[in-house]
Design a protein around this ligand. Structure first.
Ligand code: ZN
Ligand code: CA
Ligand code: ZN
Length: 316
């Protein structure tokens, strides 16, 4: 009797430890929290870690020391010293103007400094595709009721050729995260959203064949020049037409029915398919093509802004 009881007690204790350690597991760094300590930074300062803000703004399309250089022919000495700040922790003019355009894109107060509102936006997890900033293809037509169309296209407006209305898709992953059947049904629902509002039909490619669109899970550096960044930060990315690549970051906690610590497979699928078809990010918080996502949030429906974007891109 006694050995059985101690065995039972042992098992119970083990269970208790398992539950405890589960509750006490440190949650993954969810967004770009490493930017938090830079709050309050402004032009003229040198603060340790500011180069990370530069990398962030570069990655998402707001900062380019090389290109900015070309726009300042008259200030060659200033340019040389600015160039020197590309990798250091100096808050220079170029960084200030990048912060300004970021603030303007996300409808924040344009201060040029790293105020709390700006940091709170920046640290959220997001799609890995850069925003299209100050680009001629960024459509801002006045519309009814003084609304602004806030969708965007990739530079040069790449799109699938007019003859190509039937797109095939296939699955090819370098990391096993979600079962093929689950992924199939998630993606089929996501494609349907775009099929309903565009000239496209989407069908799965025959077994073993590459589709026009190839969907997969990958982690870290996976050979396309855009390495993923582990848990948090960026969730997924996709390429402009007609590349057809749509990648999920295998290091995220994915689910088709997410809890507060998981990322919704279908919400990201609808978003990344938008990129595959040629849409850039939208400034409209409620658009599927808005760049930032939250854990546990389900956002699977196109809004008027997304639909107008795809229609304008493929009209004529
Ligand atoms: Zn995106
Ligand atoms: Ca990530
Ligand atoms: Zn990739």
């Amino acid at each position: 009797m006694a050995p059985n009881l101690s065995l039972l007690l042992g098992a119970f204790l083990l269970l208790l430890v398992a539950v405890q350690s589960k509750n006490h597991t440190k949650p993954p760094e969810k967004g770009f929290k490493f930017l938090q300590h830079l709050q309050g930074c402004h032009k003229g300062q040198t603060v340790k870690g500011l180069h990370e803000l530069k990398r962030y703004l570069e990655k998402f399309g707001y900062l380019n020391y090389g290109t900015t250089n070309n726009h300042h022919h008259s200030k060659s000495t200033a340019t040389i010293s600015n160039l020197n700040h590309a990798n250091d922790d100096m808050f220079d003019d170029i960084l200030e103007s990048a912060v300004r355009s970021y603030q303007s894109y996300y409808h924040l107060k344009v201060t040029g400094s790293l105020d709390s509102e700006t940091v709170q936006q920046m640290i959220l997890p997001r799609c890995g595709v850069a925003d299209v900033v100050n680009n001629a293809t960024n459509m801002k037509h006045p519309r009814l009721f003084n609304m602004v169309a806030q969708y965007s296209f990739f530079p040069g407006k790449p799109r699938w050729p007019a003859s190509k209305t039937r797109l095939t898709y296939s699955f090819q992953s370098s990391a096993q995260v979600v079962g093929l059947q689950e992924l199939r049904s998630v993606c089929s629902r996501a494609f349907k959203k775009w099929q309903d509002v565009s000239r496209f039909t989407f069908v799965e490619a025959p077994q073993g064949a590459d589709g026009d669109i190839v969907i997969g899970f990958h982690r870290g550096n996976h050979g396309d020049g855009y390495p993923f960044d582990g848990p948090g930060r960026t969730f997924a990315h996709a390429f402009a037409p007609t590349r057809g690549w749509f990648h999920y970051d295998a290091d995220e906690n994915w689910s088709s029915n997410p809890n507060m610590n998981q990322v919704d497979l279908e919400s990201l699928a609808v978003h990344e398919i938008g990129h595959v078809l040629g849409l850039g990010h939208s400034e409209d918080l409620n658009a599927i093509m808005y760049a930032y996502f939250s854990y546990g949030t389900i956002k699977r429906d196109l809004n008027a802004n997304d639909i107008e974007g795809i229609r304008v891109l493929y009209s004529s």
